[in-house]
Design a protein around this ligand. Sequence first.
Ligand code: NAP
Length: 291
Amino acid sequence: MAAQILIPRLCIIGVGLIGGSLARALREAGQVGEVIGCGRNEDNLRAAIRLGVVDRYYTDPADAVAGANVVVVAVPLGAMETVLRAIAPHLAPGCVVTDVGSAKGCVVADVERVYGYIPPSFVPGHPIAGTEKSGVDASFATLFQHRRVILTPLAETTAVAHHLIRRMWELTGAEVVDMGVRHHDAVLAATSHLPHALAYTLVDTLARLDDRAEIFRYAAGGFRDFTRIASSDPRMWHDICIANREQLLEMIALFSADLARLADAIRTDDRAAILTVFERAKTARDNLYLD
Ligand code: NAP
């Protein structure tokens, strides 16, 4: 008897970089039957069909989720509640809903606002993978290979739903880990949301200088490495900063205090203090496992 595929009908709402890459990876793994796409922009959705990412698409989320075994909500954080509200009455019995949002507390709060409780078949998730590009054209099947995916299952989440979403991500080549919602948001504020806020601010500061053309002309590799992520979608990162406001503000305060201390050391010619910070940072950076 042939083995059953994991997800006979998958619905991806928001067929962009993350949603598109997930659909591609699951297709390559041969573990998905039909893939239904959903979005507002028909050019992007037609491209998704042309690229073989989805089989058909709808612009109305209520139509898109009909009969789906798994629904992946892969829209920006600011659009999550609207999408969750639109699909709630139309989900098939037993359908498992997950999301890919970069902050988790806000998505859980959206779900609670929509349902008034946490549905047992809801599994919050976040792939720690991405590029600065957006849209289905930027998606690729190997995006999640050797990357981590964090799931933040809740007390209400059933083991069956949790296991299905874990298995789905493992099939993309990702390592799946579980975390608490608050812990996830604190860790990501430090490792992702603060760096994006810094990169955007640094580029914006320099871009407003009178001699910016001259400055950018001489930007070398270090500047490019540091600021690559400032090319990411501004609207998406706006949503993330607002969604994870509390944890991000804590990290910005910590970083601002350290930067002010460094400025003080430079001002007062405290060479030992400057060297201590740089040496400590180099040791930490050299010993990081960054793939
Ligand atoms: P993306 O490439 O821009 O894709 C998002 C998709 O959502 C778009 O194709 C868009 O399709 C749809 N969408 C946008 N605004 C919408 C709205 N207001 N209502 C309904 N649909 C909307 O973005 P992405 O990078 O895949 O990010 C999607 C999610 O993944 C976000 O929640 C983000 O936090 C999370 N994430 C991103 C990364 C990353 O590095 N990029 C990494 C991990 C997680 P239409 O225009 O057709 O509606």
